[in-house]
Design a protein around this ligand. Structure first.
Ligand code: SF4
Length: 447
């Protein structure tokens, strides 16, 4: 009988992907359980992007410690960015933790868990980062958790060193995955029911340029990879995230024109509307250059949905800088934004910058941004009212019984009355009403 595995995941899509990879790696010996009380192995897959996530790790690990008192055979593993960053210090701080693995170390899990080492009190920590590491192809054992959507990682790490971000230190330098592994993983996902593929990486547009800090020669670039993914039979929709504005170029814009599966949406984090702040963030683009990229994308793909990430209250952000962010929101007119108050991450250059912004100012700024975006977002969504749009049906609606839920190619969530046999199908719906973060629609024919 297989043992039971429970995984608690924090953070971004990369962490969701890593959790899924760990479940696949351990599938021959462990089945996933949603109850930590019954687990033989608990993995806490951590994030260190925001302080809160780190605090959550300590409180959650403390809770699992009590389970260990009742079940001494239970093993606790910590993976992800905090594991990479803290390494053995986690075991010193929490002696009940058995295994600590950084993002490259997770591929050793089957060997570790099924070796005699874990039957004893031996502690294991792997948190080195090998610049020559290649991301393995792991056999998929079940349909993707989102059923019709599958994420496929194309790279790990980041070379950009934005001054507020911990990623380059915990995920290492950029490593581009072997394109044949990416395409095989897409084929396997489609065979298991995926219709939409999301290519994942910290900076997807620089795919194929460097590996572990060294330039790559004769490697397909990002637009070539998009072409290869588009041509896999059964891929109805293709998306990617995250893009870096400095690396989005004409070749990416051309793909929007030419590839039928590539959805008309881009998530293009701007972080600030002020060139001075962008410079202190080490973002490698000015406000004007960002707006030029937006214009290029809008020209290549009229009606493209644009979403973004924003940080308010970055050290030294003046009222004038903040006004620039507000005017950028008005100019670009994003459909959705993810906005955060700047919080210093230990070990990052920005945490040592002078002129940290007081909490009340950050709160006022984030509230101003949210209020404005609520209005803009609603206006953007309202443009779809009365239109017939194609959606990929991805789940039963959670808000109302008898509802199904899908997504437009522009990534807007649509709720509509329908039956579960539509799951995984592309259907056309007429949009009746725009809500804050979703749309209400109906099928044009009785279902
Ligand atoms: S691009 Fe900047 S914010 Fe994004 S992962 Fe790299 S360093 Fe972090």
């Amino acid at each position: 009988m297989r043992k039971k595995l429970f995984i608690a995941t924090f953070g971004c899509q990369m962490n969701d992907y890593d959790s899924l990879t760990m479940a696949r790696l351990l599938n021959p010996t462990h089945e996933l359980s949603d109850a930590p009380e019954n687990a033989d192995l608990i993995i806490i897959n951590t994030c260190s992007i925001r302080e809160k996530a780190e605090h959550k790790l300590y409180s959650l690990a403390g809770r699992y410690r009590t389970l260990k008192e009742k079940n001494p055979g239970l093993k606790i593993a910590i993976t992800g960015c905090v594991a990479q960053q803290e390494g053995e210090r986690l075991i010193e701080r929490m002696p009940y933790v058995d295994i600590v693995l950084g993002p490259q170390g997770i591929y050793s899990l089957p060997e570790i868990v099924n070796s005699n080492g874990v039957g004893t009190d031996k502690k294991i920590c792997i948190n080195s980062l090998d610049p020559d590491f290649s991301i393995p192809l792991v056999k998929q054992t079940a349909p993707p958790p989102d059923q019709v959507r599958a994420s496929v990682t194309i790279m790990q790490g980041c070379d950009n060193f934005c001054t507020y971000c911990i990623v380059p230190y915990v995920r290492g330098r950029e490593i581009s995955r072997d394109p044949s592994h990416i395409i095989q993983e897409i084929r396997d996902a489609v065979e298991l029911g995926a219709r939409e593929i999301i290519l994942l990486g910290q900076n997807v547009n620089s795919y194929g340029r460097k590996h572990g800090g060294r330039p790559l020669k004769d490697h397909p670039g990002f637009s070539q990879l998009l072409e290869m993914a588009d041509s896999v039979p059964g891929v109805k929709r293709l998306r990617f995230t995250t893009s870096h504005p400095k690396d989005v170029d004409e070749s990416t814009a051309r793909c929007y024109r030419e590839l039928s599966s590539l959805c008309e949406h881009i998530h293009l984090p701007v972080q600030s509307g002020s060139t001075a702040v962008l410079k202190r963030m080490n973002r490698h683009y000015s406000r004007e250059e960002y707006l030029e990229k937006i214009a290029m994308l809008k020209e290549a793909c009229p009606g493209i949905t644009i979403t973004t990430d924003l940080i308010v209250g970055f050290p030294g952000e003046t009222e004038k800088d903040f006004e620039q962010t507000i005017s950028l929101l008005e100019e670009v007119r994003y459909d959705q934004i993810f906005v955060f108050k700047y919080s210093p991450r230990p070990g990052t250059p920005a945490s040592r910058l002078p002129d940290q912004i007081p909490p009340d100012v950050k709160t006022r700024r984030i509230e101003t941004v949210l209020k404005l975006q609520e209005k803009i977002g609603l206006e953007q969504y309202a443009k779809l009212e009365g239109k017939e749009v194609e959606i990929l049906v991805e789940a039963e609606g959670r808000e109302k019984s008898g509802d199904m839920q899908g997504r437009t190619r522009g990534n807007h969530v649509v709720h509509f009355p329908g039956s579960p046999d539509l799951l995984g199908k592309l259907v056309n719906v007429t949009i009746e009403r725009a809500c804050k973060h979703s749309l209400r629609g109906r099928l044009p024919y009785p279902n």
